[in-house]
Write a protein that binds this ligand. Sequence first.
Ligand code: GLU
Length: 472
Amino acid sequence: MTHQDGSVVVRFAPSPTGFLHIGGVRTALFNYLYARHHGGKFRLRIEDTDRKRSTQAAIDAILDGLNWLGLGWDGEVVYQFAGAQRHADLARQLLAAGLAYHCYCTPEELAEMRAQAKAEGRSFRYDGRWRDRDPSEAPAGVDPVVRLKMPRDRESVIDDAVQGRVTVANEQLDDMILLRADGTPTYMLSVVIDDHDMGVTHVIRGDDHLINAFRQKQLFEALDWPVPVFAHIPLIHGPDGAKLSKRHGALGVEAYRDEGYLPEALRNYLLRLGWSHGDDEIISDQQAIDWFELSAIGRSPARFDFDKLASVNAHYLQQADPARLADLIRPTLEEKTARSLSGAEKDRLVAAMPFLTPRAKTLVQLAENAAFVAAERPLSMTEKAGSLLTAEAKATLGQLHSTLKGINDWQATVLEPAIKLFAEEQGLKLGKVAQPLRAALTGSTVSPGIFDVLAVLGKEEALGRIEDQSNP
Ligand code: GLU
């Protein structure tokens, strides 16, 4: 490649016409990593030229999603529509230079051309009938479009950094429209001008844009501008091999946040989706930046795998700072209890994290498992938990309460032998004590290890909960 480190400029250029879906996020991530790897710039351009379909809500979702993912961009956001005047001016320059021309085809003529192509079983291409025609022949009352004169002979070649050398016969590429009849620039024109104005050196995007790249290349050349390096990434497919759809998880990035995935887990998972570094699965952010190269992007579509994402997420949950996790799940707990957690409850929540994370794959599960920490006395019981609290069990809890009251060094390593001894003295199997104890402490029959639960709750709260469920 001709570009030196430090001079690399890439961009993520979403159209704000829908949510920021997972394929878009991966494109953003690859661009981001490429820029960081080379010490270059990662720019963000909102392609809002389609005025009817672009919405502020979609723009906000893109900005929020990228921020949440930690994919910060360099410089100001560029809004494509803001450059419409310059884009139109450049099209007129091409017109003046004879590199573009007015086309006065009526909608009827185009429809006819389309019908004919269909009848002959070929795809539609404008036949260039106004390319060399004298404008004096223009019909009255038709506002012309401006079309680029595409080369007619031979073929066009792109040396794509992912796809390799790709060739297309120039007769496949018709004279594309640069300005519509109302004078507004087309998307294809705006993309090229913006990429040039932003100094973009590498265009990394989904391979659904590969054919556009041939058109864009001609336009760069007509404007006498350097052509950026193109890198077209294969799209993401669903687990069944079909193109990723909603049913497969082609959801907005906010859906992944709501389902309880950590941004670093999503980054790691998406990085591995179509890019590899040996057999490495867990890749830190720094390693990703150090290792990312376009040459390691695969040429075939990657398949989205929810189980894999969940297991990567589980890994990062275990790595995460307990205080951060507690902060992330606190709103869910507070919503459930309809109150703010006390300082003591917040501390308990943090202390519970090491015991809770091995059992959770998402923050949603983590919050469910942590609910006992913030439960209010007297605890409400699940049906199963309630059925464990027989009169006999309640009596056992009453005796256990007296035993535990005498323990001052309230930690799992002290509580465990004490409770085992208690069970032995009562002539009970440990489960006969532990099960009702778990019910009393958590309102449920599933929880982390019972000694850890006791320790996390602290002496006062734990004894209170036991007392609530015991018979004297
Ligand atoms: N706006 C286009 C899209 O969202 C991307 C264009 C490009 O990357 O060149 O698909």
